[in-house]
Write a protein that binds this ligand. Structure first.
Ligand code: SF4
Length: 472
């Protein structure tokens, strides 16, 4: 059996890296050299002893120089422009320089893994994680090529304090969950100026487990069994690759009764609706602003497949509840509103909620604001008229959505208070920065400092969304 013994397999048990969910395993190397040694032994038995030593040496050599395969759940690799492109959570990417990878060792990439040769797994893992951590600073969004920041459990960035991402508690049983910024269409009325035509400076994406863990803390604080998790990103939430698992995580929290998601529906398909339903999602709020293809396209401000959205609207009620949620743009889609209300009834929307929820197009400081907003009194007058004319209910109140008042998270600052805060992130508007103090994010407008400590006067505290004025 000399020289033909199977070399001991040295598979390491998988190691999980929190940040990137990497599975790393050691592997045998040098199989071709092993084959050469076996043939020589058969040809010339006299030199068995020599080849025994060679074979033993090769065994030891191969053990000392294993192959490390790093397998990732959220990353995939491809060669692009002489570099290695790393895709992260489907929507985001950054590049690794080939020379930096080659410094770790000779390597090969396949879809979700990278194999380093002649290097121990611990060394490969350590060096590659270091490279990844540095390269994540160059993360970009594929839709708009904007800088993107990954907010994860070890980032030290709180999830409360901003409207952009994280969690918002407005003192009711509804907790808003914001996993991502960015949108795939560009609605002319968008209140957050999202989509491919957006003027926003940066995008954010939040680690799913971090969101669920922090969400759980708010639910525990509220001590209620009627918590409603509402996923309403500044953008299109179905762009978030971990959406199904996010819903599953949220619905596993004790006290959560329902969950819903605001979506433009363009990225939904039957399989995704099935998966979301299976994960526990109870309702979809579907933005559908017109049943006329031309009008729908104009309102979307981007190529828009109305028939696909209508088809998914017909399917959703077979799996969970549905609200059709159009925005009324006075003078543009007025006649569409009763048609949308009838469509909502026809498809079976509104089993445990109103079938339609028409929204007034309001003006926001940093929104698109294509027209002057109609005052709320006029909006309700219009809804009343439509209700009478078409015999449909269009005005709903908090009770229709089972909203109940519950204690709101304590605010660590009061209006006018002077606080010291650390700049941690770029903002989304102009020279805005996001700073941290007392485990809250504070938006600081017109801040030219990129980092360091700043003195701020707190200007806004409502619902733990903070705005600070720079003092130095
Ligand atoms: S779908 Fe929503 S987030 Fe996207 S552009 Fe339209 S209004 Fe804005």
């Amino acid at each position: 059996m000399l020289g033909v013994a199977v070399l001991p397999h040295r598979n390491a048990s998988p190691i999980y890296c929190n940040k990137f969910e990497a599975k790393i395993s050691g592997r045998q190397f040098l199989p071709s050299v092993k084959f050469v040694a076996k043939r020589r032994i058969e040809i010339c038995p006299k030199i068995n002893v020599v080849y025994y030593f060679i074979d033993t040496f090769l065994k030891l050599y191969s053990i000392l120089l294993p192959m490390a395969e790093l397998v990732f759940k959220d990353l995939s690799f491809e060669k692009d422009k002489g570099k290695v492109k790393v895709n992260f959570l489907r929507l985001f990417y950054f590049y690794l320089e080939e020379e930096n990878l080659a410094r770790i060792s000779q390597y090969e990439i396949s879809k979700n893994s990278i194999i380093f040769k002649n290097v121990s797994e611990s060394s490969a893992r350590k060096k590659f994680e270091f490279l990844l951590a540095n390269s994540f600073k160059n993360l970009k969004n594929k839709l708009n090529n904007k800088k993107t920041i990954y907010i994860h459990q070890s980032s030290g960035i709180p999830l409360i304090g901003t409207n952009y991402f994280g969690l918002i508690d407005r003192g009711t049983n509804i907790i808003e969950v914001k996993p991502i910024t960015s949108c795939n269409i560009s609605c002319v009325f968008c209140s957050v100026d999202e989509g491919p035509h957006s003027r926003r400076k940066a995008d954010f994406v939040v680690e799913k487990d971090y969101l669920v863990n922090e969400f759980r803390k708010i639910v525990e604080f509220k001590a209620s069994n009627h918590i409603d998790a509402h996923i309403n990103a500044q953008g299109e939430p179905t762009l978030y690759a971990d959406m199904v698992e996010l819903v599953r995580g949220i619905m596993s929290v004790k006290g959560v009764k329902r969950s819903s998601i605001d979506t433009n529906g363009t990225l939904l398909n039957k399989q995704l609706v099935d998966e979301l339903a299976e994960a526990g999602l109870t309702r979809i709020n579907l933005s559908l602003n017109s049943l006329d293809p031309e009008k729908a396209q104009k309102l979307a401000g981007y190529p828009y497949n109305l028939s696909k959205v209508m088809e998914i609207a017909r399917y959703i009620p077979t799996k969970m509840d549905l609200i059709i949620a159009p925005v009324w743009m006075p003078g543009f889609n007025d006649e569409e509103l009763p048609k949308l209300a009838k469509f909502a009834q026809e498809v079976g929307a509104g089993k445990n909620c109103p079938p339609i929820g028409i929204q007034n197009m309001l003006n926001y400081r940093f929104g698109r604001n294509p027209e002057e907003a109609v005052p709320m009194e006029e909006f309700y007058k219009k809804m009343n008229e439509l209700e009478e004319k078409h015999n449909i209910k269009l005005i709903f109140d908090k009770a229709d959505f089972e909203v109940e008042e519950l204690p709101e998270l304590p605010k660590p600052f009061r209006k006018g208070q002077i606080v010291k805060a650390e700049i941690v992130l770029p903002g989304r508007i102009g020279n805005e920065k996001l700073a941290v103090a007392e485990e809250r994010l504070i938006s600081v407008l017109n801040c030219y400092k990129e980092e360091g400590t700043v003195r701020l006067r707190i200007k806004r505290t409502k619902h733990n969304i903070f705005l600070g004025e720079l003092l130095n």
